[in-house]
Write a protein of this length. Structure first.
Ligand code: NAP
Length: 329
């Protein structure tokens, strides 16, 4: 063993299995422990990872997790992360949390959307990799962004930072069903979703708070469930300052992401889910109507990779000083 000793909690979930798949082949990581919940002590196997990872899934136990790992990935329900992270912080391993529990900085917003989350003694880095590299280098706790916020913030942040956005921003996002995790509910059951598309969470989705926190302005965010297993396509309707040219928008994106290995700028060749599925890419396309200043942005990513495990591994790479692409290409 020569890499960083990493542990995965929640390794039997959708995000956790992606983490295992990526980290098992990572050149600088040794997966020393991978845990499910503690509800069952039977041996768990992951058929999709046969031939990729040969370890054993064990029931959750914090002592074993912290003894075996110097850095832990948490792919848990947010209530479990909320309870666990303070304990992990005390024990020492670095933490990359895929849940929303520690993403919101404002105490009132946290109390509203993540009431089980306690105050942490340490600062938490928000892990939108391409936009927060400096904060990630020294971070001991990283809150990896939600899948929808990643798809909305990557296209919007450069425009907001340049002061180009004006007026209302509407974020209309469509997600595959794996975004809801592996346990089916009445809403996510195959027979409910097959052959249907539905909006949900209008003015009541906690990712709105996360997007607004990072963007620093209000948005209308409407998520939809579409009958796909994975992938998010986000269409954003915005307005830019009068006189903004198509060349200026293109140059802004080029400056923001020209050197970013996992953001592909598609401009008028609008992206689609098939092109990013099972990859760590976020593809961004756009069309500007220069007469009216109306800008339509389209971004696509795989919710389980760039929207979850892949971005977490990208953050791991930066936090540990490795090549950002390690284990991801
Ligand atoms: N799915 C996505 O697209 C996505 C994207 C971004 C972020 N996220 C976030 O990532 C986290 C994981 O999501 P997911 O979709 O992978 O969830 P999931 O498929 O439901 O998996 C949850 C995992 O956590 C384990 N677990 C449940 N309760 C636990 C507890 N109290 N203690 C220890 N382990 C426990 C489960 O083990 P068992 O197998 O034993 O039940 C399973 O391994 C969530 O917070 C989610 O919001 C998900």
């Amino acid at each position: 063993m020569s890499g960083v000793r990493v542990g995965i909690a929640g390794a039997t979930g959708y995000g956790g299995q992606e983490l295992l798949r990526l980290l098992a082949r990572h050149p600088h990581a040794d997966v020393t422990v991978a845990m499910a919940s503690s509800t069952s002590d039977r041996v768990r196997s992951l058929p999709a990872l046969t031939g990729v990872w040969s370890g054993t899934i064990t029931p959750f136990a914090i002592d074993e997790l912290t003894a075996a790992a110097d850095l832990v990935f948490l792919a848990l329900p947010e209530s479990a992360s909320a309870a666990l992270v303070p304990n992990l912080v005390e024990r020492g391993p670095r933490v990359l949390d895929l849940s929303g529990a520690f993403r919101l900085r404002d105490a009132a917003a946290r109390a509203r959307w993540y009431p089980q989350t306690p105050e942490l003694a340490l600062p938490v880095a928000y892990g939108l990799t391409e936009r927060r590299r400096d904060a990630l280098r020294e971070a001991r706790v990283v809150a990896c962004p939600g899948c929808y916020p990643t798809s909305a913030l990557l296209p919007l942040e450069p425009l907001a930072a340049a002061g180009l956005l004006e007026g209302d921003i509407v974020i209309d996002a469509k997600s595959g069903i794996s975004g809801a995790g592996k346990t089916p509910s009445e809403r996510t059951h195959f027979s409910e979703r097959h052959g249907s598309v539905a909006a949900y969470g209008v003015f009541g989705h906690r990712h709105t708070a996360e997007i607004e926190q990072e963007l620093g302005r209000p948005v209308t965010f409407v998520p939809h469930l579409v009958p796909l297993d994975r992938g998010i396509l986000t269409t954003i309707y915005a307005r830019v300052r009068a006189g903004t040219t198509a060349a200026a928008v293109a140059e802004l994106f080029e400056q923001a992401y020209g050197g970013a290995p996992f953001v592909r700028l598609r401009e008028g060749a609008l992206p689609e889910i098939k092109h990013v599925a099972h990859t760590n890419f976020c593809d961004i396309g756009w069309k500007l109507d220069t007469d009216s200043g109306r800008l339509v942005l389209v971004s696509c990513l795989d919710n389980l990779v760039k929207g979850a495990a892949g971005q977490a591994v990208q953050n791991f790479n930066i936090a540990c000083g490795f090549d950002e692409r390690a284990g991801l290409v």
